[in-house]
Every structure is written in structure tokens, then in C-alpha cells.
Design a protein around this ligand. Structure first.
Ligand SMILES: [Zn+2]
Ligand SMILES: [Zn+2]
Length: 252
């Protein structure tokens, strides 16, 4: 599995883009960043987008990608996969013919640019040859993390979450965890209120995992506190734990 970090920040600044993780060029975990970093050909290669939750920093690449496809008049279809709540939010509040066109009906309702695939939590679905499982996490809106497996390799992506439980049961035999730490330790109260983690809270979460995989990749830091969060992560003393940067590529 090849993992390319399109964006991994908990806000937006130059060189810090919202979350988007591209697996093997074709499957995208969250859509916070697409057009800002991918060439036209790279955008066309995306076939499936797995959305963790409907917050803007995780969906904002979808309207742009859909428009790019339509403008090129390509006979091309992208699946947007997510839970019922997330897909409902996209249809009602984003691709609703008010904020942006309803690309699930364009260019024609019969052959639209976008299709929606509703996922049930804790069920494994084949998506483009990957075994995908959505698992509930604890955020300020309905949210899941994803476990994506193929050919003996696997990634667990937490999405945005505060302290949580169920998803760690899926953490065995993986190649990598992508887990969040949004705020520095001094802002733990804010993190808990908003459904996020600090390095200290992340350390407690990782203590729930029986055996950590070869890579623990930390995402979603607020760029304003990037250096503090990195220092606090190092202090956890967890081997092979790494704070991500946009543009990183991993062969898992
Ligand atoms: Zn969020
Ligand atoms: Zn977020």
C-alpha cells in the first residue's frame, strides 16, 4: 500500500492543508485537500472517497473535484462513501443546488459525476478491492474512523476523535495507524469539549491498543501549535511515532 499525505493539518495555512490521505492513487481518506496539490491526471485517478464526518475541513475538496471532472466533460464517476448521517449532510448542506450544484445528478441523473455509497458501521465492505470497515469514534458530530485492508496490509485512520473505545479493537495486524492529536496538552479542556485529542490523551488511547503497528502517524495538529505538539509527542517515548507533514509518502 502506498500512502500519500495530501494534507494533515487541523487548520489551513501555507504548507498546512486539511486532511486528505491517498491510498494507491485511487482511494482517498477524507477530502480536505484534493485540487490544491493533485495534478489533473492524479485527480482523475481517484475512484473512491471515504468520509469520516461532515465537518468542512474533511469534505471541502469534493465540490472542486466534481466541478473539475464536469468541466473536462469526462465520463468519470467517483464514489463518496460514508455513514447515512454524513451523506445526508453532504446532500442537504453542500451539494444541494444552493451552495454547489448537485453533482449526483450531473451531467445527467443516469450517469452522474458523483455517487453515494452508504456504509453501516462495524460492517466490512469491498470498495475498489479494499476491505473497508467504518467504526464509530467520539467527535462533536457523528463521526467514524476507517480500517482499510488489502493483501495483508492495513491502515486504521481515526479521523477526528476525542477519547474513544471501539475502534481500537480493529488495530491488530495493521501496517499503520493514522491518529489525531489536534491540541497541545495545555488545551486538554478545549480538546475534550470539541472531541479531539492532545498528545497526552493520544498516549492514553494508544495504551488501549494491544500491539502497536510499525508506524503510528499523527495527524490534524493545529499548525499554530505544531512545534509544541511535536515536542509533547516525542515525550511520550513511543517508538515509530511520527507527526505527519503534508506531502509525506509511505510505502506500507
Ligand atoms: Zn471535525
Ligand atoms: Zn477536522
Amino acid at each position: 500500500m502506498k500512502l500519500r499525505v495530501l494534507g494533515c493539518a487541523g487548520a489551513e495555512f501555507p504548507h498546512f492543508h486539511p486532511p486528505g490521505f491517498l491510498i494507491d492513487e485511487t482511494v482517498l481518506l477524507d477530502a480536505g485537500t484534493i485540487g490544491a496539490v493533485l495534478s489533473e491526471d492524479e485527480q482523475w485517478a481517484i475512484r473512491h472517497i471515504l468520509i469520516t464526518h461532515a465537518h468542512l475541513d474533511h469534505i471541502r475538496g469534493i465540490p472542486v473535484l466534481a466541478d473539475n471532472i464536469l468541466i473536462k466533460n469526462l465520463n468519470h464517476h467517483v464514489n463518496i462513501a460514508g455513514t447515512r448521517e454524513v451523506l445526508a449532510a453532504l446532500k442537504t448542506h453542500l451539494l444541494n443546488d444552493v451552495i454547489w450544484p448537485d453533482f449526483a445528478r450531473l451531467p445527467t441523473p443516469e450517469a452522474p459525476v458523483i455517487g453515494y455509497l452508504e456504509l453501516e458501521t462495524d460492517k466490512t465492505t469491498d470498495i475498489g478491492g479494499y476491505a473497508v470497515t467504518a467504526c464509530r469514534v467520539h467527535h462533536s458530530v457523528p463521526a467514524v474512523g476507517y480500517i482499510v485492508r488489502r493483501a495483508g496490509k492495513g491502515i486504521l485512520y481515526s479521523g477526528d476523535t476525542g477519547p474513544t473505545e471501539d475502534i481500537w479493537q480493529h488495530a491488530a495486524d495493521l501496517s499503520a495507524l493514522i491518529v489525531e492529536a489536534s491540541f497541545p496538552n495545555a488545551m486538554e479542556e478545549t480538546a475534550r469539549l470539541t472531541g479531539h485529542l492532545t498528545p497526552r490523551l493520544l498516549g492514553m488511547e494508544l495504551g488501549k491498543v494491544a500491539k502497536l503497528p510499525p508506524r503510528v502517524l499523527v495527524t490534524h495538529p493545529k499548525p499554530q501549535y505544531y512545534d509544541t505538539i511535536r515536542t509533547e509527542l516525542v515525550a511520550l517515548g513511543i517508538p515509530r511515532l511520527e507527526l505527519l507533514r503534508d506531502g509525506n509518502v509511505y510505502e506500507l
